[in-house]
Design a protein around this ligand. Structure first.
Ligand code: DAH
Length: 336
């Protein structure tokens, strides 16, 4: 074969090969065709190489280049046809390296958890540690030890979720006060976050299960001044240094005197600053200190209880408490 013959054989094979490749109707036909064209043994393109040694040395280079160019053109056509066949088979493009990667999905902490963590951190700086108690609680810890009269309406079967005789789902975190005083000697400074349960409707502002966070400080000589100073410091740390606070009278059987603490905050609803109650508080009733086995002549203290869900709602402008329980990722990932 002369160089001229070889070059025209290349042109001819290019024309027929590209036509055959375009006509390959299935992956099987395509596979056979690839072997017939560029297979290492007996492929029609490969076969042209056999003519090279018969050419004069100075012609071999251009002949080799022509065969290589042919081989590349045939292979490119084969690749393109393969992608078409696979796409048509429903498998999508075999491998699309231009597709953007998927970013790793990152979870986020729940807004109520964020609030609990932030409150815990502020009180931790003041020497408070975290204490936990059971959610299935005895009537005595939940009510009796906390100075509720035996016929108090809160103990009614219709208000409280009973698990069995004498056992309730705790209605507040205050029983942890009693458990803590029984277990540790003063000075006591603890924070008790946890879930509590009430027979309540599930609507925009109520949930039958919700978080509370309880605080307790017990020592010799603790007064209402300590309560006011500590809680005012907390409010200014949590809501901002210029936030105004006020205390008003309230009633709880386990505190005397009892109070509520209000903060002046902007709820982000366009109505500007207004007073919002954020917790119940008071000096721990001597009957509670005695029920826990401590000497109420020697020890005194204060306590508070607040609802982190309410606080999260006011802080983040959440209009409906049910959003906190829906586990809707579109809502939750806003807090990442
Ligand atoms: N346990 C009360 C409730 O669930 C909240 C509360 C009020 C806790 C006053 C306290 C307190 O420790 O001193 O409504």
């Amino acid at each position: 074969m002369t160089l001229a013959e070889l070059l025209s054989a290349c042109d001819e094979l290019r024309a027929t090969a590209l036509q055959e490749v375009a006509g390959a109707g299935s992956i099987d036909a395509w596979t056979d065709l690839r072997t017939a064209l560029v297979g290492r043994k007996g492929g029609r393109v490969t076969h042209l190489m056999a003519a090279l040694p018969g050419l004069p040395a100075e012609e071999r280079r251009s002949a080799g280049a022509a065969i290589n160019a042919l081989k590349q053109a045939v292979e490119a056509a084969l690749d393109a046809r393969e992608a078409e066949l696979r796409a048509a088979a429903g498998g999508g493009p075999a491998l699309d390296l231009t597709m953007p990667g998927r970013t790793a999905w990152r979870g986020s902490r729940h807004p109520v958890t964020l609030v609990i963590d932030e409150i815990t951190e502020i009180f931790r700086e003041l020497g408070f540690t975290v204490a936990l108690g059971p959610e299935a609680e005895t009537e005595w810890y939940n009510f009796g030890a906390l100075n509720f009269p035996a016929d108090h309406p809160a103990m009614d079967m219709h208000d409280t979720l009973y698990l069995g005789p004498g056992t309730v789902l705790r209605t507040h975190t205050s029983p942890v006060q009693v458990r803590t005083m029984q277990r540790w000697n003063p000075p006591i400074r603890v924070l008790a976050p946890g879930n509590v349960y009430r027979r309540d409707f599930f609507d925009a502002t109520h949930a039958p299960a919700f978080a509370q966070i309880e605080g307790l400080a017990i020592d010799e000589g603790i007064s209402f001044a300590d309560l006011k100073a500590t809680l005012t410091h907390f409010a200014k740390r949590f809501y901002g240094a210029t936030t105004r606070t006020r205390f008003g009278p309230s009633f709880f059987p386990f505190t005397e005197p009892s109070a509520q603490m209000d903060v002046e905050i902007d709820l982000g609803d366009g109505r500007g600053l207004r007073w919002v109650e954020i917790m119940g508080t008071g000096l721990v009733h001597p009957a509670v200190i005695e029920a826990a086995g401590l000497d109420s002549q020697r020890y005194s203290g204060w306590a508070f209880g607040m609802g982190p869900a309410r606080i999260a709602m006011s802080r983040y402008g959440i209009p409906d408490i049910r959003l906190l329980y829906d586990s809707d990722v579109r809502f939750l990932e806003q807090f990442a």
